[in-house]
Design a protein around this ligand. Structure first.
Ligand code: MLZ
Length: 265
C-alpha cells in the first residue's frame, strides 16, 4: 500500500520523470466517491457492450467502484471510476427509450428476466444522480513519451493499480509495462484510456498503490546467470503481435534483496 512505496524517492533514485497530468483523460483533481455498498445503478455489460444492465456496488476503492451485474455470478466483477461514461443512474436507459438487458451469463431462464428485474429493483437503494460525475475531456493528442512513469490498472488483476512505465508509443497507442514485473501484465492501450493515472493519483484518491515487483527482465538470448541488477540489460520491448509472456514467465527470476528503486524494468 501507499505506506510502503514512495514515488518521490523512487523517481529520484532512478532519475525518472512522471507523465504530466495533461497526458491523461483524468481530472486534475480526482472526483469524490460518494457511492455506498449495495447501491444500484445502470452499467454497460463489459462482456456485451451494447447491453445496459443493472449493477450493484459491491466494493469501493478510491475513486472506483467494484460492480456486479444483477443476475450474474460473483466471478465477473469489474471496476469503474465514478466519472466513467459506462455507468448512469437507474432510469436513464428507460428515459432514452432503451431496454435494460439481462447480463451475459444470466443465471436464470431468459423468460424470467422481466420478473427478475422488477424484484431486483424493488426496495433497492438507487444511487442518486448527483453522485455520478461527468467524464473528463480527452486530451487532443497523445503527449506520452517513452520512459514516463505513471500509475496503471493491472488488467489481469483489475483491483490493483501499480507503478508503471510508458515503454513504447505508436500513434494513439501506448505500451504500459509494470515496474519490477516481467511482460505478463503489460498491455497496449490508447493514450486516453481510463485505466491509467498520473503519479500521485492513488495517494490523492486513497486507492491502494501496489509497490513495484522485484523481478527484472532477462532476454531469452542471455543466460539467466546471477548478475548485479546494474549489469542487466534493459527490458526488451514487446509488440502486441508477438507477446512472449509465456516464455517470460518460464524465465521468471526473482532478484532477492533488491530494493524496488533498483528495478531495471
Ligand atoms: N498475485 C499476483 C499479483 C501480480 C500483480 C502484478 N501487477 C503488475 C502474482 O504475484 O502473480
Amino acid at each position: 500500500s501507499n505506506e510502503h512505496f514512495n514515488w518521490d524517492e523512487y523517481l529520484k533514485e532512478n532519475g525518472e520523470v512522471p507523465a504530466p497530468s495533461h497526458c491523461f483523460k483524468q481530472p486534475r483533481t480526482p472526483p469524490t466517491n460518494e457511492f455506498k455498498i449495495d447501491m444500484k445503478l445502470e452499467a454497460q455489460d463489459p462482456r456485451n457492450v451494447t447491453s445496459i444492465c443493472i449493477a450493484t456496488v459491491v466494493g469501493i476503492s478510491g475513486a472506483r467502484l467494484r460492480l456486479r451485474l444483477d443476475g450474474s455470478d460473483n466471478k465477473n466483477d469489474f471496476w469503474r471510476l465514478v466519472d466513467s461514461s459506462d455507468i448512469q443512474p437507474i432510469g436513464t436507459c428507460e428515459k432514452n427509450s432503451g431496454m435494460l438487458q439481462p447480463p451475459l451469463g444470466f443465471r436464470m431462464n431468459a423468460s424470467s428476466w422481466p420478473m427478475f428485474l422488477l424484484r431486483t429493483l424493488n426496495g433497492a437503494e438507487m444511487a442518486p444522480a448527483c453522485i455520478f460525475k461527468k467524464e473528463p475531456p480527452s486530451p487532443q493528442h497523445n503527449h506520452f513519451k517513452v520512459g514516463m512513469k505513471l500509475e496503471a490498472v493491472d488488467r489481469k488483476n483489475p483491483h490493483l493499480i501499480c507503478p508503471a512505465t510508458i515503454s513504447e508509443v505508436k500513434a494513439d497507442d501506448i505500451f504500459i509495462t509494470f515496474d519490477g514485473w516481467r511482460g505478463a501484465f503489460d498491455y497496449w492501450c490508447r493514450y486516453d484510456s481510463r485505466d491509467i493515472f498520473p503519479v500521485g493519483w492513488c495517494g490523492m484518491t486513497g486507492d491502494g498503490l501496489q509497490p513495484p515487483g522485484n523481478r527484472v527482465s532477462i532476454p531469452k538470448s542471455i543466460p539467466a546467470t546471477p548478475s548485479t541488477p546494474s549489469r542487466l540489460p534493459k527490458r526488451t520491448m514487446q509488440s502486441p503481435q508477438k507477446s512472449d509472456d509465456v516464455t517470460n514467465q518460464k524465465n521468471r527470476k526473482s532478484i532477492r534483496g533488491k530494493r524496488p528503486g533498483q528495478s531495471t524494468s
